[in-house]
Design a protein around this ligand. Sequence first.
Ligand SMILES: [Zn+2]
Length: 282
Amino acid sequence: MTNTPADAAARRAVAPVICYPNDTLRLPPMEQYRAARATAQATAQTRIPPREARCFHVTAGSFFRISCPEGAQVGDLNLFAARNLEERFFSGKTRALYGSHVGVGNRLWSCLPYLRPMATITADSLAWYGQDEYGGRVHDVIGTRCDPYTHHLLSGQDYHNTCHSNLTRALAEEMRLPLAEAEAHIHDVLNVFMCTGFTRDTGQYFMKASPARAGDYIEFFAEIDLLGVLSACPGGDCGSEHSSDAATCHPLDVTVYAPKAGQLDGWYAPSNNRYSRRHAPE
Ligand SMILES: [Zn+2]
């Protein structure tokens, strides 16, 4: 037990400040993206079967849409720079910059030392959801990914179709890597279509059935050449449990759209972060 200090109320009453005020970030040219998307043509589609993952490629300056063709299905997304697996999506810093969940206008940032936008969210058919009475929101950057180690820790059971393993198998196949080598590249995800939050009483991570329905989608503009890996979570809509074959699962689709020539005049792919990398004063 700790002793509550006499000025406890005063210490708690201190107003918070935002850790990372983000109003100095260069804003994405959303109007130009919208115009480019309006006449863009679908060029490729990848279907992700339930409880599996697949890789897909998106060229810088193209769009990609993740959709639920048959029903509510949570997706766990990893992103890499297409020619450099060391540059990967940085879920934690994306969260620090925008909050626990992301939406239209937010960008998915890459890890240090690159720290540049990999993709910008350009459309979200679930934007209407906002925040529910439990504090739940859609598309989180808090949930890491379901994985067989945590599952074994909590249940003593082996289950091989968690998103972590699905992403590992898909990347291993794409890059022709041994599973253990591919596994080292798998990172914390963007949870697309997942509805999550923290409980008010215990602060625990919660999930609830995704509000997505057949036809719902989230769309991104690729700021750099991307290799994406997407897992159709074994939790399905994540309304009850993950890490098992119990939930009803659906496929996910990834569709790539290429803009017409001239639509992106003036746009350029972002360069790596400009910090000097000296890590010490002169
Ligand atoms: Zn999962």
